[in-house]
Each structure stands twice: as C-alpha cells, then as structure tokens.
Design a binder for this molecule. Structure first.
Ligand code: FMN
Length: 366
C-alpha cells in the first residue's frame, strides 16, 4: 500500500519526508522569552515523533508582543542563544526538520498562563499595555488595547524581520507568520476587531495592508529556498466576520507577497466565539484555499486518526496536515500512523529496535 500521508513533499528548497507537521503549541515555560529545559524536553520529544516538520510555538517578535510572561520570544540576544542551544540539540538527536512561528499577541497579550486562569493579567501580576488595530478589548474583563499607530507598524514590521533573521541564524528550516487566532495580524484582518477609518481599515484590501507589509518585509529577508508561510483564519465563525471567501483572498494576497505556504486554522478573534467541534472542521476551507489560491496548503483542527489524515492528503484537500493535541498525547503518533498505513518513518539509531520488525514474529525471538 502506498500512503499519500507518508509521501515526500517539497516546500521551496525544503524536502519533507512526509506530510505530517506538529502544530505550533505555546508552552508558557520561557524565561523572559528564552527557551528553557522544558523546551529541550518538549521539542526533543517531538523531534522523533515521525512528523517531517515540527513548528515551534508562537515566538514573539517583541517583549510586549508576548501573550503571557511565559511565552517564547526572539527579541533579544539571550532569546536567540537559548533557542539556538535547544534547536541544535534537537537536530543532533532527532529526525524532524524544524520551523518556527513568529507572532505578536496584539490585544490578546498581557494574559495569564492557561493554568493560572487564562484571562487578562490582574494588577500586581505585572500586566503591560497592549495594542491592536482598534481600541476594542478581546472580551469582558480584558485590557482595552491602545490603537496601533503607523510608528508602531513600522517598529513591529522591523521586529518581525529582526526575529526572522535570528531564526535563520539559529538554522530553522521554515518560518511561519502567525496571522490567525485573534492576535495582532488577524486583528487587523478581521472586521470584528478592526474598525479603523484610515488606510488600514474598511475594505479587505485595507485591512490586509499591514499584514501584507509585514509579509513582504520578512520575505525580503528570508532566502527563497527557505519556506516562508502564514497561518491564517479560514473563518471567524461569526456573522460579519472573516469567511472562507476571505480566506481565499487572503491566501492569494500572501502568495502575491511571496509566501510559499498557508496553514488554514480558524476562530479566536473574540473571547465568546467557539469553534465547531466536528473532526477536520477546517478541511473544507483548506481545500478551497489550495484549489482557488493555488498555494501549498496545510490544515489543522481535530485531525486525530491516521486514516483521517491519510484521506485528507489522498483526496487533495491539503498538502500537509498538522496536529497538536494528539502529539502531546502520543509523541510517537507518526510512528503509529506509519504502522497503521503500511508506511515507515525515520527513527534514531537508538530506537531502531522499535521499528516495523518489532511486530514481526522473528523479532519477538531475538
Ligand atoms: C497547548 C496548546 C498550545 C497552542 N499554541 C499555539 C501556538 O503557539 N500557535 C498556534 O498557531 N496555535 C496554537 N495552538 C493551536 C494548535 O496549533 C492547533 O491549531 C489546535 O490545537 C487544533 O489542532 P488539534 O485539534 O490537532 O489540537 C495551541 C494548541 C494547544 C493545545
């Protein structure tokens, strides 16, 4: 049996061994933006998960652009040094390639870690001022952000470029811009959170202006052979918000800015919005983006079973499939999916005895 999920895929100059991507997952375990031993353990574990690509969690381009006090950043030399140490070790010990997601939290910043409640930081917990497209809080009891000025836009754009250069120096194989889940970029794109009356609000073209400026600036700093992409929203899941039609238009605009891939996620633009709960809820939107924008497309969201992931790729609904929670539950998900689909994955030498022969009768006697 030939598996579509385990077929190789090329993104710009990057050869991926299969279509499985570990989705970026915040760990809230950094020290002033710097990776810690937790990241060594977490990313080290995922380096041998069978996924061709592991995308490192939302990594913030400025200190005040973090979501929580524990979020990862690439805004200082210390941040760069700490992440370089982790990634160098993961690459030595693991089989996966590594991407990084660059982000700015916007109005969802200055927040508690999920296990501390996940709301806005309270007085006494070192909260900081946030900013967003418009001065509208994310939800009840959230900080009111100040309105982003054109000076802020220029600074944030350069911060994205500077963090991308740091990521290149570290040796990341791919870079992804976080333009989903209600953070700064998505906040500009969505008519729910962007009520500006200037050149950065109103029509979709205007709302995309700042995110596209960022994408162009980062593209100019990232060599063509290193894949650069963006995670976008496929739907705001609210009347009057972004729709799958908009997602296609956003993907086309980002492709025009030189991006190589799009990851279609959704939701998160306001605190009271809930995503659908059916398996693969973003897949039909990804399929449209892939077909209509003609760009390499990844999807995510309640994809759990190997057969489900296989079908998505085999049917041409997405080129790559990313998964988050099931890799936390089963860090060898890729190995187990390979076994289920009659394929194989690279394993480190130390673990070769747990390869396919483990299941053959001869191996049982050895
Ligand atoms: C612990 C955790 C942290 C997350 N952090 C990020 C993140 O840093 N960036 C991002 O784009 N999505 C983040 N997400 C969303 C996931 O990448 C993914 O899109 C979502 O969990 C749906 O996929 P799943 O059903 O496979 O878990 C996070 C999800 C989890 C569970």
């Amino acid at each position: 049996m030939t598996s579509a999920l385990f077929s190789p895929f090329r993104l710009a100059g990057l050869e991926l061994a299969n279509r499985i991507v570990v989705s970026p997952m915040c760990q809230y375990s950094a020290d002033d933006g710097s990776a810690t031993d937790w990241h060594m353990m977490h990313l080290g574990m995922l380096a041998n998960s069978g996924a061709a690509l592991v995308v490192v969690e939302a990594t913030h381009v400025e200190r005040s652009g973090r979501i929580t006090h524990g979020c990862l950043g690439l805004y200082s030399d210390d941040n760069e040094l700490a992440l370089a140490r982790v990634i160098a070790q993961c690459r030595r010990a693991g089989t996966a390639r590594f991407g990084i997601q660059l982000a700015h939290s916007g109005r969802k910043g200055s927040a508690e870690r999920p296990w501390e409640g996940g709301g806005a930081l309270k007085a006494g917990a070192d909260p900081w001022p946030t900013m967003a497209a418009s001065a509208i809080p994310f939800g009840d009891n959230w900080h009111v952000p100040r309105v982003v000025t054109e000076e802020d836009m220029a600074r944030v754009r350069e911060a994205f470029v500077s963090s991308a250069k740091r990521a290149l120096r570290i040796g990341f194989d791919a870079i992804e811009l976080h333009m989903a889940h209600g953070y700064l970029m998505h906040g500009f794109m969505s008519p729910i959170s962007n009520k500006r009356a200037d050149a950065f609000g109103g029509s979709l073209e205007n709302r995309l202006r700042f995110p596209i400026e960022v994408a162009r600036a980062v593209r100019a700093a990232v060599p063509k052979d290193i894949p650069l992409g963006a995670r976008i929203t496929g739907s705001d899941w609210r009347e009057g918000g972004l729709t799958p039609d908009d997602a296609v238009a956003i993907a086309k605009a980002l492709k025009g800015a030189g991006l190589d891939f799009i990851c279609v996620s959704s939701g998160g633009v306001a605190a009271d919005i809930r995503n659908p709960s059916e398996p693969g809820y973003n897949v039909p939107i990804a399929e449209r983006v892939r077909r209509e924008a003609g760009i390499a497309t990844r999807t995510v969201g309640l994809i759990v079973k190997p057969e489900q992931a296989e079908q998505i790729v085999a049917d041409g609904k997405a080129d790559m499939v990313s998964m988050a929670r099931c890799f936390l539950d089963d860090p060898h998900w890729g190995w187990h999916a390979a076994k289920a689909l009659g394929a194989d994955v690279a394993r480190p030498r130390q673990y070769l005895r747990a390869g396919p022969t483990l299941w053959a009768p001869a191996a049982a006697k050895a």
